[in-house]
Design a protein around this ligand. Structure first.
Ligand SMILES: [Zn+2]
Length: 558
């Protein structure tokens, strides 16, 4: 009989397995769960060498599967001055001063997570110069669409007088033709980000889909792997054992594979091929090459794999770039900015689908969601119905006519509860104005979608939002209706946990191996410091893991 390497006992286990939803103990041997049951059933698997974890009657659940992150960018940002939630000149200046004391040798200062209105007035290089003038100082907006740079940074990047950039990207100039410091969208801000120690390599998979050019040196690769390890350690400290990355290139796959080969990859990671609208449609076939080398079905494919295409159909509500079916209520002439025509989008999706690849589309406006569903339907009509599990990311708005189509087409809703407009603490504006009263009942319509039988998976969109799944869980469970005829969208505890575990496994075609605690499944487990069923909804943000186990290895413990 196989004996236990790790035995978790005295636990309130929520297995997410409908056949046996609760248990008291579980045993792990190697990288597998070998028994789930009562304390007595599992006790016999203990040997002198077994590590016994007494859960103290707290919740034990499957390792969290984070369905939408930007791991490389988020990992690098952990090593920057994070100004999330900090506002006012004095507060920001003090934070910068304190940070520089700890890092006197830093040649470029990168602050992240800052909000547009953090200074209470439009941000300019002059304001930043008052805080840091001797070295380049970059302030990256939490939304990752805008960066602000001080004068030193603009000079060092050679963009004081602007530069011609692709449509939609802009180095904002004043009436004298001199840069104000505001850099809009990747082609603009990557010029400044090139000054940072990573040269902006962490965002290439997002902004261009290309690899570092010239290729990264060994020293640069080591630096980037160090960041990945830090980011994954942060994830493990939050109970996360799997992450679906939303940007990708060969470079990220190579670095993560190297960590895996070294035995230093402490979470399962899935990386997509990212198809940009600057590419020829046919280039999407490259995704099949990535899968050939890094697919799920290879040995170790459960630790690192690439079987998916990521694509954006639209932008975001804040900047009126989300694609709408009608004009924005507060800008009736403006229907947003689709990144692909319907013809091109359908062709790309159909090509990817023909290869049996899964497609993930960022779609925020109701027009973007419809165009995405139309594309998935076109692929199904062209290639035949299969178990495709195409995904839509965000779905912040949806037309009522499209609600049943997710279930009908087998499309997964990949949602970020923390972004919900009805989440206590989230500012209602500018979202309320962009959505408008008429469409509010079908905005952030998590439960409405769930009620159709569609699969709902949850995630954070880190580093756009903090990575903590406990923030997302609380947001999912506490969102309140924002209008009189808005149906309640708050999620039950079990649906919420399912969205962060089993649904993520299904979304990854891995429901036979993870996402539930079941004999024979991969040993991805988190022991929490609270009994989730006894925790007030408004206290969930304070729950923390005591122990995180990924692939049978302890990746975090307090
Ligand atoms: Zn994202």
């Amino acid at each position: 009989m196989t004996m236990a390497d790790i035995l978790i006992t005295n636990a309130r286990i929520l297995t997410m397995d409908a056949a046996r939803p609760r248990a008291e103990a579980l045993a792990i041997a190697g990288n597998r769960i070998i028994r789930v049951g009562s304390k007595d059933e599992v006790a016999g698997l203990r040997t002198a060498h077994t590590r016994v974890i007494d859960a103290g009657l707290k919740t034990v659940m499957p390792g969290i599967i984070e369905g939408h992150v930007h791991l490389f960018g988020g990992s690098v940002e952990l090593d920057t001055l994070m100004l999330n939630g900090v506002s006012g000149f004095d507060n920001i200046a003090n934070a910068v001063r304190a940070y520089r004391k700890t890092r006197p040798d830093e040649a470029v200062l990168l602050a992240t997570g800052i909000a547009h209105e953090a200074f209470g007035e439009p941000m300019t290089r002059h304001i930043l110069d008052q805080i840091v003038s001797d070295i380049p100082f970059l302030a990256f907006c939490f939304d990752h669409h805008t960066m602000w740079a001080n004068t030193k940074a603009l000079e060092a990047a050679g963009i004081m007088k602007g530069r011609a950039l692709p449509v939609g990207n802009e180095i904002v100039l004043d009436h004298n033709g001199v840069a104000t410091g505001e850099l809009r969208e990747p082609a603009a801000y990557m010029l400044a980000q090139a000054l940072t120690p990573t040269g902006g390599r962490e965002w290439l998979g997002m902004t261009t889909g290309e690899n570092p050019n010239p290729p990264a040196t060994q020293a640069q690769r080591e630096l980037d792997m160090k960041y990945f390890k830090q980011g994954i350690a942060h994830a493990a400290s939050l109970g996360i054992t799997s992450m679906h990355n939303m940007d990708g290139n060969w470079y990220q796959l190579e670095l993560l594979q190297e960590l895996l080969d070294r035995g230093e990859l402490n979470a399962r990671v899935e990386i997509p091929y990212h198809h940009k609208n600057t590419f020829e449609n046919a280039r999407v076939e490259e995704a099949a090459e990535m899968r050939a080398k890094y697919g799920r079905r290879r040995p170790q494919g459960d630790m690192l794999h690439c079987d998916r295409v990521k694509i954006f159909i639209d932008g975001v509500l804040e900047t009126y770039t989300a694609l709408m079916l009608e004009g924005y209520p507060d800008q009736p002439e403006n229907m947003g900015a689709p990144l692909f025509t319907a013809e091109d989008f359908n062709e790309i999706i159909t090509r990817a689908d023909r290869h049996g690849l899964q497609v993930t589309t960022h779609a925020i406006g109701d027009g973007g969601v419809r165009r995405t569903l139309d594309g998935y339907e076109a692929a199904m009509n062209a290639n035949g119905r299969r178990d495709s599990r195409h995904r839509i990311e965000h779905i912040e708005m949806i037309d009522p006519a499209d609600v049943p189509r997710l279930k009908e087409l087998g499309v997964i809703a990949s949602l970020q509860p923390i972004a919900g407009v009805g989440v206590p603490g989230n500012p209602p504006e500018p979202i309320l104005s962009r959505v408008g009263q008429k469409k509010l009942p079908f905005a952030y319509a998590w439960q409405t979608l769930r009620d159709t039988g569609a699969v709902i998976a949850f995630s954070s969109d880190w580093p756009v939002a903090p990575l903590s799944p406990f923030l997302g869980m609380q947001a999912a469970m506490t969102a309140v209706p924002m209008c009189e005829n808005c149906p309640p969208q708050a999620q039950s505890l079990m649906d919420t946990l399912h969205g962060f575990t089993a649904a993520g496994a299904y979304m990854e075609f891995m429901e036979h191996a993870k996402g539930t605690l079941k004999e024979g499944y991969l040993a991805d487990v988190v022991v929490l410091d609270a009994d989730m069923e006894q925790t007030e909804k408004t206290e969930i943000v304070n729950v923390r893991p005591q122990v995180t186990i990924c692939n049978g290895r302890v990746t975090f413990e307090t």
